[in-house]
Design a protein around this ligand. Structure first.
Ligand code: FEO
Length: 163
């Protein structure tokens, strides 16, 4: 595989694992706030991110390319209200979408066909990721300062099942 693309793919393993770490930190924050449903949703999201990282890991191994694991940054430990947390989630997912698009563009320009097909799954996944974050953010905007609404949303988010 083209060396620059390989390097970015290895970086992406790191970024997906970091996403998992960030969302786990958010889950812990929600646990501390007694928002168990929000916490459960975030925990499952964290697991999903580790699966994303593993997809890149397996893809590189399948091609016989060298996996290069880098240090994972420490996520922040303090977070704001649920609305601010989900604003941050959406912003982070937009960043990840930008990364996936960059990888895809590189795969196209370097004529890396297997990588293009592999990355297509992630292009679609990012549409889903941004949609989910946007929907929850819209619900939180509707909730305003209503504790009842927040309680109901917590219950709904707690019903999320692992894919
Ligand atoms: Fe791995 Fe949330 O994108």
């Amino acid at each position: 595989m083209n060396k620059k693309l390989l390097n970015e793919m290895n970086d992406q393993i790191n970024k997906e694992f970091y996403s998992g770490y960030l969302y786990l930190a958010m889950a812990a924050h929600f646990e501390a706030q007694n928002l168990g449903g929000f916490a459960k949703w975030m925990e499952l999201q964290a697991q999903e991110e580790l699966e994303h990282g593993m997809k890149f890991y397996s893809f590189l191994n399948d091609l016989g390319e060298k996996v290069d694991l880098k240090a994972i940054d420490q996520p922040q430990t303090e977070f704001g209200a649920p609305k601010e947390v989900f604003e941050q989630v959406l912003e982070h997912e937009k960043f990840v979408t930008g990364r996936i698009h960059l990888l895809f563009e590189m795969a196209v320009s370097e004529k890396e066909y297997a990588a293009q097909v592999f990355l297509q799954w992630f292009v679609n996944e990012q549409v889903e990721e941004e949609k989910n974050a946007t929907e929850i953010l819209e619900s939180l905007n509707l909730a305003g300062d209503s504790a009842n609404f927040l309680f109901m949303l917590d219950k709904t988010l707690g019903e999320r099942k692992a894919d």
